[in-house]
Design a protein around this ligand. Structure first.
Ligand code: ARG
Length: 461
């Protein structure tokens, strides 16, 4: 078979300046395209520069580099950060990723000394550091957003202690509750999300730098110094594990996945509460859109989008899981695919939390509609059964049966339970007294549920 010998000509790219020592030629166009991550990992520039500055300082402290070299490197890095901040940096695909783009610019600025920055470091521990810092920064931002959402929910809940709404099971009116109790259910969910994220942040808070390519380094580095400088509680303990696991990102996105389920459920309730048959709340122009054809429409689009975003966040979790599964130790390029799904999950969850907080602040509660529906559907039937148990000593199962017959009677008369006469009620169970009417209102039903965690504002604490 005839083989065509490659000859160097102008259409063939020269090899990469950063690592091309034993490469004669550059990559094919498609290789460059599939290999380059700069289009998305440029988001890591602040973390990359922060990490490089800490690394350079450590190289100076341990005398691996001279002080003058370190100073030059650090001031160059600081200038590069400003260039990127202001949009005056040209990212180059042929330099693959953020690490090599920054190093190459540093070389343009300060000359060959830039090449010393990569002493005792590999892109493998560098990217593990940048990505971990990014995830940790994201966890901090998300935690602060979640605290704002929790405060908004708590404030609304505190103002809604006297607003009665129907509590549902199967989306059927079940028992009256306060709107405050309903909102506080979400306060609990968000509190668990906060605690989960804090745990996750704590676990990821170990510094990867110094693991080098996979086996550590022969230079006398000080990993503890770098860890401290970057706010980590300690350096990571095993170099192979450090460059090859992304469980911190998977854990973060898992936390976001659970959080997005909570937000999605809340968003669905907002959609239901805004709908004409319910009209429990009204959202203002700030969080609704109109229809291009129906002038009367006010659509809860923000809530619908929060409801939907769980799809892509769960998608990110699935992507990360599948990328990492089955990868042998240590680093493989597969791991470059970890960034886009993680960035997407982070960016979208922040949007969702902000939208949820905005809608909580914005919602106007139509308490009369809530109360009206709370009193429908024989919602105090359980209170009758409980009355029979407490006052007549009826076993609960029998009380349930008797109450069922009273409900049926009300149904046949097309009236509410408290609209039945005592005589009618006694036709089902003659021992019932007029005292039963004390438990039939939605207010008495709510106020009676004082058990720990119950809906009564006077519930045990
Ligand atoms: N852009 C790469 C990534 O995100 C950086 C690490 C490259 N390491 C390597 N051995 N090629 O994973």
């Amino acid at each position: 078979m005839a083989t065509k010998k490659l000859t160097k000509n102008s259409s063939i790219k020269s090899s990469n300046k950063m690592w091309g020592g034993h490469f004669e030629y550059g990559p094919s166009e498609i290789m460059e395209k599939i290999n380059a991550s700069i289009d998305f990992d440029k988001k890591l520039y602040k973390q990359d520069i922060r990490g490089s500055i800490a690394h350079a300082r450590m190289l100076g402290k341990t005398k691996i580099l001279k002080k003058a070299e370190v100073d030059k490197i650090i001031s160059g890095l600081q200038k590069i950060e400003k260039e990127i901040d202001s949009g005056n940096f040209t990212f180059k695909r042929e330099l693959e990723d953020i690490h090599m783009n920054i190093e190459s610019r540093l070389r343009e600025m300060i000359g060959d000394v830039a090449g010393k920055l990569h002493t005792a470091r590999s892109r493998n521990d560098q990217v593990a550091l940048d990505f971990r810092l990014y995830c940790r920064d994201a966890a901090d931002i998300i935690l602060s957003e979640l605290n704002q959402l929790k405060n908004a929910l708590t404030k609304k809940a505190n103002a809604s202690k006297n607003i009665i709404m129907p509590g549902f099971t199967h989306l059927q009116v079940a028992q009256p509750i306060t709107f405050s109790h309903h909102l506080n259910a979400y306060v609990e969910m968000i509190s668990r999300d906060i605690s989960r994220l804090k745990d996750c942040r704590e676990r990821m808070n170990e510094c990867p730098l110094g693991s080098a390519a996979l086996a550590g380094t022969s230079f006398p580095i000080d990993r503890h110094m770098v860890a401290k400088e970057l706010g980590f509680k300690s350096p990571t303990k095993n170099s192979l594990d450090t460059v090859s696991d992304r469980d911190f990102a998977i854990e973060l996105v898992s936390c976001l996945n659970i959080l997005s389920i909570h937000l999605s459920r809340f968003a669905e309730e907002i959609v239901i509460w805004c709908s004409q048959p319910f009209k429990f709340i009204t959202l203002s122009d700030k969080f609704t859109t109109g229809s291009s054809i129906m002038p009367q429409k006010r659509n809860p689009d923000a809530a619908e989008l929060v409801r939907a975003k769980v799809g892509r966040i769960f998608g990110s979790l699935a992507t990360l899981t599948i990328i990492l599964k089955g990868l042998p130790l240590a680093y493989s390029k597969d791991m470059q695919e970890d960034k886009e799904p993680t960035f997407d999950a982070i960016e979208n969850i922040i949007l969702c939390i902000k939208a949820a907080t905005g809608m909580v602040d914005d919602m106007k509660v139509n308490k009369d509609n809530m109360r009206k529906l709370a009193a429908s559907g024989y919602s105090t039937a359980t209170d009758i059964a409980d009355w029979l148990v407490k006052n007549l000593g009826t076993p609960f199962r029998d009380a349930h049966h008797i109450t069922g017959r009273i409900v049926k009677l009300a149904e046949s008369k097309n009236c509410r339970l408290d609209e039945l006469s005592l005589k009618e009620i006694q036709s089902v169970e003659k021992k019932i007294t007029a005292d039963i009417f004390n438990v039939l209102s939605v207010e008495s039903s709510v106020n009676s549920r004082t058990s720990f965690g119950g809906t009564s504002p006077k519930a045990k604490k």
